[in-house]
Design a binder for this molecule. Structure first.
Ligand code: NAG
Ligand code: NAG
Ligand code: NAG
Ligand code: NAG
Ligand code: NAG
Ligand code: NAG
Ligand code: NAG
Ligand code: NAG
Ligand code: NAG
Ligand code: NAG
Ligand code: NAG
Ligand code: NAG
Length: 664
C-alpha cells in the first residue's frame, strides 16, 4: 500500500462554485450521488411494528414472529422458499440418511412452504483472514464446487435464505451479491488477489491516488460529507467490485435488479454496521476526541431493500435506494431532492469495515487504549494490547500469525491528503457520515450519523439481523474470525456478546457456553451446536477459523496474497467445514444436514431420527459450563488439526509466502 501526498487545492477551490450550480444527472455515472424528484408513493421511514413477543411477554419492544418484515423482503422470501425446498431435497438426498423419510419431507415442504426452514450464514469480521477464509467457507457449502458436493456439505449454500456479513466478512457478502452470485473460483479469478488494490500495477501511484481523490471529490461536490470510508471503498472496489469502473456506479440497491436475485437463486444479503453515539465518552488522543461505539450502540443493517435498525432509540428503516436523502420527521425535507447513488456498494462495504477511529487510536496509544470489540458487553474498555511488536514477532518467528497495526506512515499521509484536498481534520474523517434518516423523529436533531465497522459494538459475527424474530430463523451458521486470543484464534467472547445483546432485547437466541468452556472443550476448534435443548430458539452452528491444514491466522491487513496462499486458505476452510473430508468426524456431513432441518422436523411434529439424535449427542453443547481453564490454555496456541505433530515453526519454514512479510 502506497499513499502519496497529493494536493487537490484546485478541486477544493472549485468546491463552492460546484455546489451552487449543482448536478442534475438522472443516473449516477460517477461516484457522486444524484438528485431526483421524490416518488410520491414511497414510505421513506418505516417503523418496525412493535409488539411483545409471545414467548417472552416481559420484554416490551420485542417483535412477534410474523411482523415487522419489509414488504419487498417478505415477498422475496416467499419467492425464495420453493427454491430452497428443491435445493434442500437435492442437498439431503446426497447425504446418507437411511431412516429419514426424504420423499415425505419433500412432499410436505412442497405442500406448505411455511415449513421450509429459514437458514442463514453469518460471516464474521476479522480483516483479511475473515475475507479469505470466509470465501472458503462459502465454497465449502457450495454445490457448484465438486469436492464440496462430494463431501455432502456442498448444497447448503443453495438452501440459505440469508447471508450476513460485517467488516472482513462484508467483502465476500457484498462482492458475491453485486456479481450475481458467482462461484468462489470465478470470484478469485476476478479479484486477482496478488494485486494490491492500494497500489495496482499499470498506473503510477500518484495518478491512482489522484483518481481516487477526484472520485471522492465528486461526492463532496454533490453536497455530501466525505471520510476515509470513501477512500477505503473506492480502493477496495478495485479488487472486490470487479468490472468496468471498479464499482463507481454499482449500488447496493442495484442487487435487486440482478438475474439471480430476481429469480431467487441467491441468498438475501445483509450487512451489519453500528452507529457511534455522539454522547459517548470520547477517548482523547492528545486533544483529538475519538468517538467509539459502546456495547449498547445502535446496530444498523443494510439490505438491498432497506437500511435501518430493529432495536434501540432509533428504530425504523429507510429505502436503501434513497439513502442520503434529507428526511425530516420521516419525510423528504425537499420533495425535488431525493438522492440516488449514495448506496454505492463499495461505500457500503467500506462502512461495514470502517474502523479508522480504532486504527487511529490504537496506533496513537500503541495498543493500550480502547481496542477492537473483544470486550464483554457492559464491560469498560479492555486495556489489551492488540499486538506484539514486529521485533518480538520476528524474534518468535510469529510474523505470519500476528495481527499488526495499520502502517502508520501511510496513515499519516492519507490524513494529510484529506486535509490538503478537502480541508478536513482527523475527527471529521475517521467515521462514515450518513444523512440521518431519523432526523426530527423523537426530537432527533443530529444531521449526520457516524457509522463504523459493526464489530466495534462488541459483536464481530453479524447475528443481529439474522436472529430477528421477524425473519423466523431456524438455523444459523455463525462463522467466527474475531481473533480474541493472543495468536488470533477465538474464545467465544463475541458470540457471548451477541447472546447477551439478544437477551437484553428479548430476542430468542441460544444460551452460549462461557469462554473458559469454549477453550476447554475445543468449541472454537470443532463445530458445535448451541440451542439444542430449546425448540423456541434458532439452532446455532458455531464454526471457527482454526488451523486444520494451514495456519490461517495471517495479518488482518494483508492486501496481497499469492495464489498458493489463497489455495491453502480455501483448503483450510474446506477442511473446517468438511472436518477434513470426514476424517475428523465420522458422519459429520449428515449431522450438519440433521441440524439444518431440525426446526422444520419439530414444526411437522415428526420424531428426530436416531441418527440425528446421535449427532446432537455428539455435537451439541450439553449446557454444562466449566469454571476453570484447563492447564495449557492460558495462551491458546492450537496445532494443525489434521497434522498435530507439525509445529508452527515447521509449517512456517515450508510456507514462505512471497507477499506476507511486506506488511510486517
Ligand atoms: C436542476 O433541476 C432543478 C429542478 O429540479 C432545476 O431548477 C435546475 O435548473 C436544474 N439544473 C440544471 C443544471 O439542469
Ligand atoms: C457505470 O459506469 C460504467 C463504467 O464507467 C459505465 O460504462 C456505465 O455507463 C455507467 N452506468 C451508468 C448507468 O451510468
Ligand atoms: C410506486 O409507483 C411506482 C410507479 O407506479 C411503482 O412501480 C412502485 O412499485 C410503487 N411503489 C410502491 C412502494 O408502491
Ligand atoms: C447506552 O447506555 C448509556 C448509559 O447507560 C446511555 O446513556 C445511552 O443513551 C445508551 N445508548 C443507546 C444507544 O442506547
Ligand atoms: C509499544 O508496545 C510494545 C509492546 O506491546 C513495546 O515493545 C513498545 O516499546 C511500545 N512502543 C512505544 C513507543 O511505547
Ligand atoms: C502512529 O504512532 C506513531 C508512534 O506513536 C506516531 O509517531 C504517528 O504519528 C502515529 N500516526 C498517526 C496517523 O497518528
Ligand atoms: C477550512 O475549514 C476551516 C473550518 O473548519 C475554515 O475556517 C477554513 O476557511 C477552511 N479553509 C478553506 C481553504 O476552505
Ligand atoms: C420533544 O421535545 C419536547 C419539547 O422539549 C418535549 O415536550 C417532548 O416530550 C419531546 N418528545 C420526545 C418524544 O422526546
Ligand atoms: C477471551 O478473550 C477475551 C478478549 O480477548 C479476554 O478478555 C478473556 O480473558 C478471554 N477468556 C479466556 C477464558 O481466555
Ligand atoms: C481438545 O483438543 C486437544 C488437541 O488439540 C486434545 O488434546 C483434547 O483432548 C481435546 N479436548 C476435548 C475435550 O476434546
Ligand atoms: C479433502 O479434499 C480436498 C478436495 O478434494 C483436498 O484438497 C484436501 O486436501 C482433502 N483433505 C484431507 C484431509 O484429506
Ligand atoms: C415418535 O416416537 C414416539 C416414542 O418413540 C412414538 O410413540 C411415536 O409414535 C413416534 N411418532 C411418530 C410420528 O413417528
Amino acid at each position: 500500500m502506497l499513499i502519496t501526498t497529493i494536493l487537490l487545492s484546485a478541486l477544493l477551490a472549485s468546491h463552492a462554485h460546484a455546489q451552487s450550480t449543482g448536478t442534475n444527472l438522472t443516473v449516477p455515472t460517477g461516484y457522486g450521488p444524484t438528485y431526483h424528484s421524490c416518488p410520491t408513493n414511497m414510505t421513506f421511514l418505516r417503523p418496525p411494528i412493535v409488539r411483545p413477543f409471545p414467548i417472552l411477554p416481559s420484554h416490551p419492544g420485542a417483535l412477534t414472529r410474523d411482523q415487522g418484515l419489509n414488504r419487498d423482503e417478505s415477498a422475496w422470501v416467499s419467492g425464495r422458499k420453493p427454491v430452497v425446498a428443491s435445493s434442500l431435497a437435492a442437498y439431503l438426498s446426497a447425504l446418507h440418511l437411511p431412516d429419514f423419510p426424504l420423499a415425505e419431507y419433500t412432499a410436505a415442504l412442497a405442500r406448505d412452504t411455511s415449513l421450509v426452514p429459514t437458514l442463514s450464514l453469518a460471516l464474521s469480521g476479522g480483516g483479511a483472514p475473515a475475507t479469505w477464509t470466509g470465501m472458503g467457507i462459502l465454497q465449502a457449502f457450495d454445490s457448484r464446487f465438486p469436492p464440496s458436493a462430494q463431501q455432502g456439505t456442498g448444497g447448503l449454500l443453495q438452501c440459505l435464505t440469508y447471508l450476513a456479513g460485517l467488516s472482513g466478512g462484508s467483502f465476500p457478502v457484498t462482492s458475491y451479491a453485486v456479481s450475481d452470485f458467482p462461484t468462489t473460483a470465478d470470484m478469485v479469478r476476478q479479484y486477482d488477489p496478488d494485486v494490491d488494490p492500494f497500489s495496482p500495477p499499470g498506473i503510477s501511484s500518484d495518478a491512482y491516488e489522484e483518481e481516487v481523490f477526484r472520485e471522492i471529490f465528486q461526492k463532496l461536490q454533490a453536497g455530501f460529507p466525505v471520510s476515509l470510508a470513501d477512500y477505503l471503498g473506492r480502493v477496495e472496489s478495485f479488487e472486490f467490485i470487479p468490472g468496468n469502473g471498479s464499482g463507481i456506479n454499482t449500488t447496493w440497491s442495484g442487487v435487486t435488479q440482478l438475474p439471480r436475485f430476481r429469480n431467487y437463486s441467491m441468498p438475501f444479503p445483509l450487512l451489519q454496521i453500528v452507529v457511534v453515539a455522539q454522547d459517548a465518552p470520547p477517548f482523547y488522543v492528545g486533544d483529538v476526541p475519538i468517538l467509539i461505539p459502546q456495547a449498547n450502540s445502535t446496530l444498523v443493517e443494510a439490505t438491498p431493500f432497506e437500511w435501518g435498525s430493529w432495536q434501540g432509540p432509533r428504530t425504523g428503516f429507510t429505502p436503501t435506494k434513497y439513502l442520503g436523502t434529507t428526511l425530516f420527521g420521516g419525510k423528504p425535507a425537499n420533495t425535488s431532492r431525493c438522492v440516488n447513488g449514495f448506496d454505492n456498494a463499495g461505500f457500503m462495504l467500506a462502512t461495514a469495515s470502517c474502523a479508522w477511529n480504532l486504527w487511529y487510536e490504537i496506533n496513537a496509544t500503541n495498543g493500550t487504549g480502547p481496542n477492537f470489540a473483544k470486550r464483554a458487553l457492559g464491560a469498560d474498555f479492555a486495556r489489551r494490547s492488540l499486538g506484539i511488536s514486529p521485533a518480538r514477532a520476528e524474534a518468535e518467528h510469529l510474523t505470519k500469525r500476528k495481527t499488526i497495526f495499520f502502517p502508520e506512515s501511510e496513515f499519516e499521509l492519507l490524513l494529510a491528503a484529506y486535509n490538503s484536498s478537502f480541508n478536513l481534520t482527523v475527527p471529521d474523517v475517521l467515521t462514515a457520515p450518513y444523512p440521518n434518516p431519523f432526523l426530527g423523529i423523537n426530537n432527533d436533531t443530529q444531521r449526520y450519523l457516524s457509522m463504523v465497522d459493526g464489530s466495534e459494538s462488541g459483536q464481530t459475527i453479524p447475528l443481529a439481523g439474522v436472529m430477528q424474530p421477524a425473519r423466523k430463523p431456524d438455523f444459523i451458521i455463525a462463522y467466527d474470525v474475531s481473533q480474541e486470543t493472543t495468536y488470533g484464534w477465538q474464545n467465544g467472547t463475541n458470540l457471548i456478546d451477541s447472546a447477551n445483546w439478544a437477551e437484553s432485547f428479548g430476542i430468542p437466541f441460544p444460551k452460549i457456553a462461557s469462554a473458559t468452556t469454549m477453550l476447554n472443550r475445543n468449541f472454537t476448534l470443532r463445530p458445535t451446536f448451541f440451542g439444542c435443548k430449546n425448540a423456541s430458539v434458532p439452532l446455532v452452528l458455531y464454526l471457527n477459523n482454526a488451523p486444520y491444514s494451514t495456519y490461517s491466522n495471517f495479518s488482518i491487513i494483508d492486501n496481497q496474497l499469492e495464489p498458493e496462499q489463497v489455495t491453502d486458505i480455501l483448503t483450510n476452510s474446506f477442511n473446517i467445514v468438511t472436518q477434513g473430508n470426514g476424517t475428523l468426524g465420522h458422519g459429520w456431513a449428515e449431522c450438519l444436514g440433521c441440524a439444518a432441518i431440525q426446526r422444520s422436523i419439530e414444526r411437522l411434529g415428526w420424531n428426530t431420527t436416531s441418527q440425528c439424535a446421535q449427532c446432537f449427542q455428539e455435537y451439541c453443547w450439553d449446557e454444562v459450563d466449566d469454571t476453570e481453564l484447563l492447564p495449557g490454555l492460558q495462551v491458546f496456541d492450537p496445532s494443525l488439526q489434521l497434522s498435530p505433530n507439525t509445529t508452527f515453526a515447521e509449517w512456517n519454514r515450508t510456507h514462505q509466502y512471497f507477499y506476507t512479510n511486506d506488511t510486517v
